[in-house]
Write a protein that binds this ligand. Structure first.
Ligand SMILES: Cc1ncc(COP(=O)(O)O)c(C=O)c1O
Length: 457
């Protein structure tokens, strides 16, 4: 860090108004002087980032290529290759097993052969529209029982941009504390007030709505409540029905990110709101193609006038290239299979039930999941987690995602399993046996006695 000078800013408000860190530095001086004196440091940005690699990047020296950025190779199936060995994988959101379905593979090939990856060029609004883009939107809207739908080139940017387009600075956003990063980033763009409620705490949400209403009564704005349909880490479902009920007491609109619920939840796969029988009360819904559809792209669905507004006002769509045609052709095929082959969803749920009941019977804590996402919660520190994961992968051939602090509390290790329609009951049995073996070692302290200091090459 280089000291470049001593600034003497004139400030009359509380020190906190210039940021908490500066506030702490300035606090002592403030007692004595009317004006705030504080040293101002500047730092070279590259120096700072080479000193602080970020919460995940700081582990990259031992994690890269194994715990982070692992390479699963071969066809996308439950059995794939990891560092030259076959592993049983539970970490892909290929819920319906469509990634490697022969009809899907063929449609992807045909789309690329007929159109190449470039067509159509430009943003939809300028030159990047096509009849197939519009056909896909109509079919998607019908599938999720909404009057209209709008295709998005990427899900993450889509959510950020939907939020940005829906609210004005007079509006108030109220959102779930465990919302996905794309919701958080969308909320960050908001220039008006925002309130957060603890995850799925509807009682607290009501309190936040009272606060929000006080503000909108003054600004003349509206309230947007944002949550997820199916939470991808815990497997919890958003309290959509209870939130919709609150509309009887408060005026607000609901925006739901149902990335994981699309294709997996509800009698027809239309998502979590269908599963919870409250579709009509959920105003605007987002779904991605990155999970059940095993592709890239996304869409937002809702009332005709709102979707038309988003079509002309979402900055991530107006100022970016539209979805390449092979992705559109591929999505049409995937949607056809989702409609015509309900057995894919049934297979998924057979595996989900077998896995979750099997784990529970063996005494594992799988949290409060109500969906295919299956977290297994164990007690241990980060070194235990890495040694256990290594053992699981190398000695039991089981590959799943590992989640540690700060995503889960200190002392908790979360192994996250994503069942799919193409797993088998034998895969489930192998995995439960492997989990029993590693959990027994964890309990005996084997991993903390022999922590993994480096992943063997
Ligand atoms: C809840 C949720 N919302 C949005 C996204 C972003 O979607 P995409 O991968 O299509 O950008 C994800 C992750 O894929 C997600 O899990």
């Amino acid at each position: 860090m280089r000291i470049v000078g001593l600034a003497v800013p004139l400030r009359f408000g509380p020190a906190a108004a210039i940021g908490p860190a500066a506030g702490r530095r300035a606090g002592a001086f403030q007692q004595c002087f009317f004006f705030t004196f504080y040293p101002r440091f500047s730092v070279d940005i590259f120096d700072r980032i080479s000193a602080n690699r970020g919460p995940l990047g700081s582990h990259s020296h031992y994690a890269h290529g194994y715990f982070t950025f692992p390479k699963l190779e071969g066809q996308i199936n439950p059995r794939m290759m990891f560092r030259g060995k076959e592993v049983l994988t539970w970490s892909l959101n290929n819920y319906l097993g469509l990634a490697n379905h022969p009809d899907v593979r063929q449609a992807d090939i045909d789309g690329a052969t007929d159109y190449g990856m470039a067509y159509p060029m430009g943003a939809r609004i300028m030159s990047g529209n096509s009849t197939l883009h519009e056909q896909l939107e109509n079919e998607l809207g019908d599938f999720v029982h909404k009057p209209a739908a709008l295709l998005l080139n990427f899900g993450y940017q889509g959510v950020v941009s939907i939020i940005d387009a829906l609210v004005s600075r007079h509006d108030v956003i109220v959102y779930d504390a465990e919302s996905h990063a794309c919701i958080i980033d969308g909320v960050r763009l908001h220039q008006g007030k925002r309130f957060v409620f603890p995850h799925n705490n509807v009682e607290n949400l009501e309190k936040q709505l009272v606060r929000a209403k006080r503000i909108t009564d003054e600004t003349g704005g509206g309230i947007l409540v944002i949550t997820e349909g199916m939470f991808g880490m815990s497997g919890n479902l958003g309290k959509l029905r209870e939130i919709v009920e609150l509309k009887k007491k408060f005026d607000f609109r609901i925006f739901v990110d149902d990335a994981h619920g699309f294709g997996t939840m509800g009698p027809t796969g239309a998502g979590t709101a269908e599963h919870l029988a409250c579709e009509a009360g959920v105003d605007v819904i987002f779904y991605t193609f990155a999970k059940s559809m095993a592709s890239i792209g996304a869409f937002v669905a809702g009332p005709e006038s709102v979707i038309e507004y988003l079509r002309y006002n979402m900055r991530s769509q107006i100022f970016a290239k539209s979805l390449p045609m092979p992705l559109v052709v591929g999505a049409l095929k995937r949607l056809e299979l989702m409609r015509s082959q309900p057995q894919l969803r049934e297979n998924l749920w057979t595996i989900v039930r077998a896995l979750q009941s099997g784990l529970r019977e063996k005494g594992f804590n799988i949290g409060t999941t109500e969906s295919p996402v299956t977290p297994v919660l164990l007690n241990g520190e980060i070194p235990d987690a890495t040694a256990l994961t290594f053992d699981l992968r190398e000695n039991h051939g089981v590959f799943c995602s590992i989640v540690v602090y700060p995503v889960v509390p200190k002392g908790v290790i979360m192994l996250r399993l994503i069942p799919t329609a193409v797993h088998t009951l034998a895969d489930v049995a192998q995995t439960i046996a492997a989990f029993e073996a590693v959990a027994a070692k964890l309990d005996k302290g084997v991993y903390s006695k022999t922590p993994l200091t480096a992943v063997p090459a």
